[in-house]
Design a protein around this ligand. Structure first.
Ligand code: 5RP
Length: 257
């Protein structure tokens, strides 16, 4: 698999380049699928599982459905978004609420970036608030990702922040003081609305986030901010697919082996 030629089809646009681009896109999709399925090795019968959101963990949820239907796996799930809820229901995965489940054994979720300390940026799909509620209610967190998500320093991916719609421009202005003015409302004139009825600000820091916990706390201090897409001290394992195969990265300070 070759992930290095992704620009070629866009730059030149001839038939050969377009087929290269198609091949590369399908390679990335294959990596997501591999990571998503490999993460199921962490699942044990009878577990209460958080079900994450996104195109990578989608493969995990589909595999859980298959394991339940074909191999007798029995789990209950707590979904982190309406889209994951619909997918899980379509696969026959029984769902419960956190109120009924108590602490979860494990959550499996995607990420937009992860760094060497296992800190994450999440929220590319806009589900960060529910994802963090579920992650904080779990005794372990496994992230599924392809190797394009691995970074030295967080921030090349714009940091998603969920805010309430009331006077959102004022909240955005205050957030923008922290990220030097580089804030945009997702969806522009027709803002994207989360499952919670919130809006999403995408904040461009560049790869400079060297203290994600402090940044998270500063942003959470702003009234109107619901949740920040920084997940610190919460991810135990990253199941990462690369062209060389699946790599399981275990956080030495984490809760899982
Ligand atoms: C949604 C998320 C996703 O997990 C994250 O955006 C990764 O998604 P994908 O696997 O599609 O790249 O945080 O809010």
């Amino acid at each position: 698999m070759n992930l290095t030629v992704i620009y070629v089809g866009i730059k030149h646009g001839n038939d050969h380049d377009r087929s290269s681009l198609r091949r590369v896109v399908s390679d990335v999709e294959a990596l997501k699928r591999e990571a998503g399925i490999a993460a199921c090795n962490f699942i044990k019968n009878g577990m209460k599982l958080g079900l994450g959101t996104g195109s990578t963990v989608r493969y995990t949820v589909i595999e859980i459905g298959r394991l339940m239907n074909e191999e007798g796996l029995s789990i209950v799930g707590v979904p982190t978004s309406e889209s994951t809820k619909e997918l899980a229901e379509s696969l026959g995965i029984p769902l419960i609420s956190l109120a009924d489940s108590g602490p979860l054994d494990l959550v499996i979720d995607g990420a937009d970036e992860f760094d060497t300390n296992f800190s994450l940026i999440k929220g590319g799909g806009g589900a960060l608030t529910r994802e963090k509620i579920v992650a904080q209610s779990s005794n372990g967190m496994v992230v599924v990702a392809d190797d394009t998500k691995q970074v030295e320093m967080l921030g090349a991916f714009d940091l998603p922040i969920e805010i309430i719609p009331f006077e959102w421009e004022r909240t955005a202005a205050r957030v923008s003081e922290i990220c030097s003015g580089k804030v945009s409302i997702r969806g522009g004139e027709n803002p994207f609305v989360t499952d919670n009825g919130g809006f999403i600000l995408d904040c461009s820091f560049g790869p400079t986030i060297d203290n994600p916990k402090d940044l998270e706390n500063s942003l959470l201090n702003i009234a109107g901010v619901v949740e920040v897409g920084l997940f610190v001290d919460i991810c135990d394992v990253v199941v990462m697919a690369s062209s060389g195969g699946i790599v399981t990265l275990v956080n030495p300070k984490g809760r899982l082996e």
